[in-house]
Design a protein around this ligand. Structure first.
Ligand code: NAP
Length: 344
């Protein structure tokens, strides 16, 4: 059941077909109506993520996923025509069954598969996926937290079981996933080696990386490493490497975590655990989709509060320049996050 109908309109970045950044158009569309278990958020800031850009361009890494995903997202054109999942703003309206949130509250929300955040208003789940934020946390910083942060928790803790004293290699350390990955791994007490270009070394060191490797000078495939310095976990946060390339840098029984899953990684996820069970020393590949969970948002907000984590924002664009924002994300060279600022 919907709450009161709302005939007013809002500005939104709409994509009616898959394609290059130019398919995104600024349009007036109806303000969403909320369900009884949802809240309406007046959007102040929202991220344009690589996830948004991939869907817009229909750039799905593996055919294995591209076909079922196309049925889910929209066979001939996108079913949900406003992108954006990570959003910070102010609660405007509340569904009758929502508890613990109030109108006027500053919140961070993740809309997940409902998208819709690249707009002046968005309907979000009124459960734990919408949470109040501290007064001193800016909307931009809040909206930059959950995409890379949820991925860090999912890959490094849930899949990689990274723990204090272990050594982790983070490839793509200066992207949205990478900057969160470094900070989260340091929070867990791991020793972090970050792989990025030289231009980003100061950034990743400032986030806590203990060592850096410049991928434009050093080749991971031919690099040699002493046994005691091998990695327990390799988090390929940008999908530019592989288990084969990293294997000789890893401890026997280590875990390879590719954020981008193509056919070889899917096959490895099937056979490497079996061989590991028998030998205890093969490198296991573990991957999946890092959906944002309520616990992840709670954890990320707590880490920001205690100073263990901070948002990294590269560029901020007004909603009217959503196409520019998509173009920038498409370069594959952003540092951390790209934000749309909706309310000045
Ligand atoms: N599985 C999941 O659940 C999940 C969740 C979220 C995202 N992802 C995927 O994860 C990938 C990364 O996302 P993101 O948002 O972090 O990307 P991003 O922000 O666009 O990453 C850009 C960064 O990667 C660095 N980079 C580019 N080529 C590199 C290389 N060969 N070696 C090391 N660093 C390199 C760039 O640094 P330079 O400018 O210095 O090159 C840049 O700072 C995307 O493909 C996304 O689809 C998967």
């Amino acid at each position: 059941m919907k709450t009161q109908p709302n005939n007013e309109t809002m500005k939104a970045a709409v994509y009616e077909q898959y394609g290059p950044p130019e398919v995104v158009q600024i349009q007036q569309v109806p303000i969403p109506r909320i369900e009884v278990d949802q809240v309406l958020i007046k959007v102040h800031a929202t991220s344009v993520t690589t996830g948004d850009a991939r869907l817009r361009a229909w750039d799905i890494p593996s055919l294995l996923f591209a076909i079922p995903a196309r049925f889910m997202i929209g066979l001939f054109k996108p079913r949900k025509q406003i992108l954006g999942t990570s959003v910070a703003g102010v609660v405007e309206q509340i569904g009758s069954e929502v508890q613990g949130l109030s109108v006027g509250q500053r919140v961070l929300a993740s809309t997940e598969m409902d998208f819709g955040a690249h707009a002046e208003f968005v309907a979000a789940s009124g459960d734990g996926l919408t949470q109040p934020i501290a007064d001193d946390l800016s909307f931009e910083d809040a909206s930059a937290l959950s995409f890379g942060g949820s991925a860090a928790i999912y890959f490094l803790s849930d899949l990689g079981k990274l723990r204090s004293g272990q050594r982790v290699l983070i490839i793509g350390a200066s992207g949205a996933l990478g900057v969160s990955g470094i900070q989260y791994a340091k929070h867990l007490g791991a020793h972090v080696t970050a792989v990025c270009s030289g231009a980003n070394h100061d950034l990743v060191r400032s986030l806590g990386a203990d060592e850096v490797i410049d991928y434009t000078n050093d080749n991971l495939e031919t690099m040699t490493i002493e046994d005691s310095f091998r990695f327990d976990v390799v988090y390929d946060a940008v999908g530019k490497s592989s288990r084969r390339i990293c294997k000789h840098l890893m401890k026997p029984g280590g875990v390879f975590l590719p954020a981008v899953m193509r056919a070889p990684e899917v096959l490895q996820m099937i056979w490497t655990p079996v061989v590991y069970k028998l030998t205890r020393n093969t490198i296991r590949t573990k991957s999946g989709v890092a959906f944002t969970k309520a616990e992840s948002i709670t954890k990320l907000l707590a880490l920001v509060e205690d100073g263990s984590m901070k948002a990294v924002i590269d560029q901020t664009y007004p909603l009217d320049e959503a196409v520019e924002a998509h173009r920038y994300v498409d370069t594959g060279h952003k540092r951390g996050n790209v934000i749309l600022r909706i309310v000045d």
